[in-house]
Design a protein around this ligand. Structure first.
Ligand code: HEM
Length: 298
């Protein structure tokens, strides 16, 4: 946080500059009404600023506050209290939604007014130059402090949106983590069911239905194998790894192979078997294409 002393040092503003400005005070007081009229005539001529000033009561009040600001420009005292007052003025502009551009443009009006006044009052160029230098410095310092309010407000907005963004991302990450955890638990439950199915298929063999038992058990084993792959994939995702779509296509393929085995045993219609084989072929092609594109990327 800059102090008024820091700011003055950065602008090479010295005590003699302060004394020179103090010397100009009577001149400023004598022309304050003209300066305020010119300032507001200028702002009333711009539609964007005129709308902010449409209320005549407010305008009268603003003229008074601007007069005070103008006289204070030549007070000769530029301490931290002065800095605070200017910061308050800056914030008042940010609050009413005034574009910073107009503050810069209005300050240019003030600058030109002061330079013209100096030309009128100090015909000697050497004398005028030292007053002008001091006046330019204090005007620049004022503009700096008024503009800083805008930058600070912008920064606040950026920090607010950043922290909101990161909170949202964290919440979404936790939610996805929770979902993945539920998925792993569900997969473990389903795997137990598939193991039971395998036992059931083996029982068929002992009951004499060897063909059905062997083919069924083979299909179920394929599913158990894919379940392991699925869970492994999910655990990797939980540990921060990448989601692998191939595993899911593989699961569908295995489920389809099992269905084909059962369909053969059931002696299903030829159309059904052709449909299953066709679907298997398409899935096989998809699997091949996806794994090829994954290999190309790595
Ligand atoms: C050199 C540039 C400017 C200076 C030095 C200046 C000065 C001031 C001052 C001293 C105040 C009183 C702040 C307070 O209540 O503490 C003020 C308020 C205000 N100024 Fe300016 N002003 C400038 C530019 C502008 C411009 C370009 C507009 C455009 C319309 C504007 C509109 C206003 C308004 C609407 C308020 C009242 C804010 C409120 O309701 O709190 N000012 N200004």
């Amino acid at each position: 946080m800059l102090t008024m002393q820091n700011i003055k040092t950065h602008y090479f503003f010295t005590d003699s500059d302060a004394l020179l400005l103090r010397e100009l005070r009577p001149m400023a007081e004598g022309h304050q009404d003209r300066m305020v009229d010119e300032f507001y005539d200028y702002l009333l001529g711009i539609p964007e600023t005129a709308t902010l000033l449409k209320d005549s009561v407010t305008l009268q009040h603003l003229k008074e506050t601007l007069k005070k600001w103008f006289i204070d420009l030549f007070s000769g005292t530029y301490d931290n209290q002065y800095l605070l007052t200017l910061q308050r003025v800056g914030l008042a502009h940010v609050r009413v939604g005034l574009n910073a551009h107009f503050v810069n443009a209005a300050m240019n009006v003030v600058r030109r007014f002061v330079i013209e006044l100096l030309q009128e009052h100090y015909p000697n160029i050497q004398e005028r130059r030292k007053f002008r230098n001091a006046a330019e410095k204090i005007i620049d310092i004022n503009l700096d402090i008024l503009s800083a309010s805008y930058q600070e407000e912008e920064l606040k907005k950026v920090f607010l949106s950043r922290s909101l963004e990161s909170k949202l991302i964290k919440a979404a990450e936790r939610f996805t983590y929770g979902l993945n955890l539920i998925l792993v638990i569900a997969l473990a439950g389903v795997s137990l069911g598939v193991v039971a199915l395998f036992v059931w298929d083996i029982l068929h063999i002992f009951r004499g239905d060897v063909e059905k038992g062997i083919l069924g058990a083979l299909g179920t084993l394929l599913i158990i194998w894919m379940m392991i792959e699925l869970m492994d994939n999910e655990i990797k995702t939980l540990k921060g790894g990448k989601f692998n779509i191939l595993v899911f296509i593989g699961v569908i393929i295995v489920a389809l192979i099992r269905e084909i085995l059962i369909s053969t045993l059931r002696h299903d219609m030829l159309e059904t078997q052709i449909f299953l084989a066709g679907t298997l072929l398409i899935l096989g092609i998809v699997y091949f294409l996806v794994s090829k594109s994954q290999q190309e990327r790595t």
